[in-house]
Design a protein around this ligand. Structure first.
Ligand code: AMP
Ligand code: MG
Length: 595
């Protein structure tokens, strides 16, 4: 139990400050008890009252009871006044005990101070006083509050005692230097056989790891970011037991079966407006959704199941114990895992962490994805003229936009001709500006495949012959320690290879872990015979009857098919004869993060 005191000279406003603090702090949902020390007589010392008469006649203890309260009075007679610790031990548990008086006891105190009293603050001599609440300026090294600024004084006391849920400190993320990939990580035995897609994928998965450093961002700004560390709950949700409905709250033990009639306690408990007192056993109180259950309430009956005349509420029993209430921490318990490292933050995650008081999170810096187009025939942008032997760059806007859609920072490395010096310069620049580079074109093993030639000579090229259609060898390399994915030039093949290989690989590099698309089986609306030996991805769309149609042509230059499609149909590595109705696996574009 936390103890805090209010002290001060006579007429300094101690009792007024106590009263305001009790009201303020209970209104915040904490239970507060008080102890008051008086030097002479107290308000129960008035002669003539019944309890006075019992005591005056010689009773050892008098316990006064009514439907509203009970009070135990213990007569000291010749005995010494007990120390504060003994008195504290007699109280039922509460979040805070505010003590008026006892200025010599060790607990921390705020001093109420009135300038008109003409006395120097007690704090000058009393080291247990930690703050001054004064009605006029006072010279003091201690925190000083306006005597009437109850909210600020309560904030101070609750903070001192650790009873306030503080806003999360903004952490400074250690700017760790992320490890580079191993030089030979892309090495693949260069056999004559084609590597099955799954084997290529598991190989990639095993050699990649996060390559970006860590930064701290506000939770509200964290959408799309990847947690670099576990996010832990700073507080339970809900923090206190509360009501799940609008209705009437009471102690279950006071009710039974049959019609229940409970007197209504005055007041009500609402969300943000907790009921300060305790509800007497056998009484009920009006309670609204989200309100903290007041002391004496553990069960709530739904308003619709009751009748009331304003003084009594009646309902049919039995009501289940704890009905219509939410337990503290029933959603999330304080200091437990809220979201694990590697999790990519979405709108609901922002809600969760905010509800748990997590103000900022450590996230990986966004992966910078460089995109470079190559080819003598390529005109960099559609606002430039193109001769008949030239084509506008389709891959670069596509790949940049895929990278952005996946939550990465796209870095436009432009276009270069099939010229080793130009490619080399641009890769040099790319290695400075990006964490990973995607190139398109020139990645096969032919005379004009300058990207793979250069990467073989000056990088660490490994040509992965993957058993995949559409697709050609995937050129994997590092350039000055930066991984380079050489994608095919054909836009259709570049797109498919980007979705199947680049997406999970980039995700791994970004810290978000390996990502596979979630597909589902649908009946084919087409016929196709396929040989064993390689996996095929067809541009497809779901028709209204839930079957998968495929694009009329499989030609990998047919960019229009990519736009026509809403996803891909994946045909397995084995031989397969598809006829209308054959189940096939459909992977919507959205399952690849393409929107
Ligand atoms: P490559 O892989 O360089 O042999 O190119 C294969 C095919 O893709 C060729 O027809 C190229 O003209 C075409 N191509 C290469 N890069 C692009 C690009 N950025 N945009 C559109 N088509 C391209
Ligand atoms: Mg080319």
């Amino acid at each position: 139990m936390k103890v805090y005191g209010v002290t001060g000279w006579k007429n300094a406003g101690k009792t007024g400050l106590m009263e305001r603090l009790v009201a303020e702090i209970t209104a915040r949902g904490l239970t507060v008890s008080t102890i008051k020390h008086a030097h002479h007589s107290t308000d129960v010392d008035q002669p003539g009252r019944d309890s006075y008469r019992h005591r005056a006649a010689g009773a050892r203890e008098v316990l006064l009871s009514s439907p509203h309260r009970w009070a135990l009075m213990h007569e000291l007679r010749e005995a010494d006044e007990p120390p504060l610790a003994d008195l504290l031990a007699r109280l039922s548990s509460a979040d805070l005990v505010l003590v008026e008086g006892y200025k010599g006891a060790a607990h921390p105190k705020v001093e109420a101070h009135r300038a008109a009293n003409g006395k120097p603050p007690l704090a000058v001599e009393n080291a247990t006083i930690t703050a001054i609440a004064a009605d006029a300026p006072v010279t003091t090294p201690l925190p000083r509050f306006d005597l009437d600024d109850t909210a600020a004084i309560a904030d101070f006391i609750l903070t001192e005692l650790g009873l306030m849920d503080q806003p999360a400190p903004v952490q400074s993320a250690a700017d760790l230097i992320p490890p580079r990939l191993k030089d030979d990580c892309f090495a693949m035995p260069q056999g004559v056989d084609w590597v099955p897609v799954n084997q290529a994928l598991s190989r990639l998965k095993s050699v990649l790891h996060p390559v970006t450093s860590v930064e701290n961002v506000a939770t509200a700004q964290a959408r799309g970011r990847v947690l670099a560390r576990d996010a832990m709950a700073r507080r339970s949700n809900p923090p206190r037991p509360n009501s799940a409905v609008d209705g009437y709250g009471f102690a279950h033990a006071a009710t039974g079966s049959g019609v229940q009639r409970l007197p209504l306690a005055a007041g009500r408990a609402a969300a943000g407006q907790p009921f300060a007192g305790a509800v007497p056993h056998g009484s009920a109180i009006r309670i609204l959704t989200g309100a903290i259950l007041p002391d004496g309430v553990d069960t709530v009956v739904l308003e619709e199941d009751t009748v009331t005349d304003g003084a009594t509420v009646a309902f049919d029993g039995p009501v289940k114990p704890g009905a219509n209430t939410r337990k503290a921490g029933e959603d999330v318990v304080a200091d437990t895992l809220a979201l694990p490292a590697g999790h990519r933050m979405r709108a609901p995650d922002l809600a969760l962490l905010s509800a748990l008081g997590v103000a900022s999170v450590d996230v990986y810096r966004k992966l910078r994805v460089g995109v470079l187009s190559t080819g003598d025939e390529i005109v960099p942008a559609p606002d430039l003229p193109a001769a008949p032997h030239q084509i506008w760059d389709a891959n670069r806007p596509m790949l940049l936009s895929l990278a952005a859609g996946w939550g990465f920072d796209p870095v436009d490395l432009g276009h270069v001709n099939d010229d080793p010096a130009q490619i080399q310069n641009r890769l040099d620049a790319g290695a400075e500006q990006a964490d990973v580079i995607l190139t398109s074109g020139g990645a096969s093993a032919g005379d004009e495949d300058h990207v793979s030639t250069l990467l073989r000579q000056k990088g660490t090229l490994s040509s992965w012959r993957i058993a995949l259609k559409p697709g050609r060898p995937l050129a994997l390399s590092q350039w000055q320690g930066v991984p380079v994915f050489g994608l095919p030039g054909n836009p259709v093949a570049a797109f498919v290879c980007a979705l199947i290989f680049a997406r999970p690989a980039l995700s791994m590099l970004s810290g978000a872990g390996w990502q596979m698309p979630q597909g589902f089986e649908v009946p084919a609306a087409f016929s196709k015979r396929k040989k064993a030996g390689r996996r095929e991805y067809l541009r497809a769309r779901l028709s209204e009857d839930g079957t998968a149609e495929v694009f009329r042509s499989e030609g990998s230059g047919r960019i229009s098919g990519l736009s026509w499609a809403t996803g891909l149909v994946e045909l397995p590595d084995d031989a397969l004869e598809v006829t209308p109705g054959t189940p096939v696996r459909y992977l919507p574009y959205t399952s690849f993060g393409v929107e």
